[in-house]
Design a binder for this molecule. Structure first.
Ligand SMILES: [Mg+2]
Length: 302
């Protein structure tokens, strides 16, 4: 109803807010920067998400984070005050497993990633190797075919704090075979900032593997529309779906690509200043509505 208008919901009449609330049945919410930051809930977010449920809306948590299995995500959400079930968590770790199972993948995965993806793969019966440190040896260039597992049929890249040169060598060598699949969880550049230290995101690793393999990964996380295809099997109606996020180039871009309504909150990556810049440059997609923080929505209805 406010298509790409960057409409500040706090400047709406009560009737407009009501009309907005009536315009969607399904809510997809990003997590970090919208609902919580690291392990701290953003005040009021849980009340709003739980209020949506009270209104009879379906809620899904859509996160590019690949480091946890769905049950652990649900537990974290519950501990922070959100009503959440594992089936409502659409993390990229789960999407990778769902995708590979869906295409009948039977071989082994070489995983640059962590236990989040590893455990989700295991849960659908897909074998994997590669988690944990792969030490750089003094003669690292002497890697041979015998260092590769002939059963590997896919390279998956997610967040991996143990990423190393030997891992890139192995990934690129597996991908030299055209039949080897190349799947990535997401391409986020960085983690949301909590200090002056920059924490490189999974996109850094994906680009590195794309460069050395000279191939492009199939990326399942936002802003790609795999989630929409996944949810369509649940009868999702894009026009009556709201995507809430804190980043224009992942969450809002994803919402726009999928034909969802979009709500940007300013408690995470995209700041008020960034939003002004995006608005004047008109490069990245603009959200329909904006709120300083999600929790403020409740003040507008009470
Ligand atoms: Mg976020």
């Amino acid at each position: 109803m406010f298509k790409s208008a960057v409409h500040n919901l706090e400047e709406s009449s009560k009737e407009q807010v009501q009309e907005f609330l009536n315009s969607f049945d399904t809510v997809l919410s990003d997590c970090d920067g919208v609902l919580w930051i690291n392990n701290n809930a953003i005040p009021g977010s849980a009340d709003v998400i739980n209020y949506f449920r009270k209104l009879g809306k379906r809620v899904f948590y859509v996160t590019n984070n690949s480091t946890k299995v769905r049950a652990d995500f649900a537990l974290k959400a519950q501990e922070l005050g959100f009503i959440a079930e594992p089936e409502e968590i659409l993390s990229t770790a789960y999407l990778v497993a769902h995708y590979l199972k869906g295409i009948g993948f039977k071989k082994k995965v070489y995983l640059i990633g962590s236990n989040g993806v590893g455990d989700e793969l295991k849960a659908v019966g897909i074998r994997h190797i590669g988690i944990g440190p792969d030490q750089v040896k003094a003669d690292f260039k002497s890697m041979t075919q015998s260092d590769l597992d002939p059963e590997v049929g896919a390279v998956v890249v997610g967040f991996d704090e143990h990423v190393s040169y030997p891992k890139f060598m192995k990934a690129a060598s597996y991908l030299a075979n055209d039949e080897c699949l190349f799947v990535a969880t997401n391409t986020d550049e960085r983690f949301p900032k909590s200090s002056t230290i920059i924490v490189p995101g999974t996109g850094t690793l994906v680009r590195a593997v794309e460069t050395c393999s000279e191939r492009k990964a199939l990326v399942l996380g936002k802003p790609n529309d795999y989630v929409r295809k996944f949810l369509e099997s649940f009868g999702l109606d894009p026009a009556r779906t709201l995507m809430i996020g804190d980043r224009c180039n992942t969450d809002i871009e994803f919402g726009v690509r999928c034909g969802f309504q979009t709500l940007l909150v300013l408690t995470g990556v995209t700041s008020t200043k960034d939003l002004e810049k995006i608005r004047s440059e008109q490069k990245e997609p603009l959200p329909d509505v904006v709120l300083p923080k999600l929790g403020n929505l409740l003040n507008l209805v009470s």
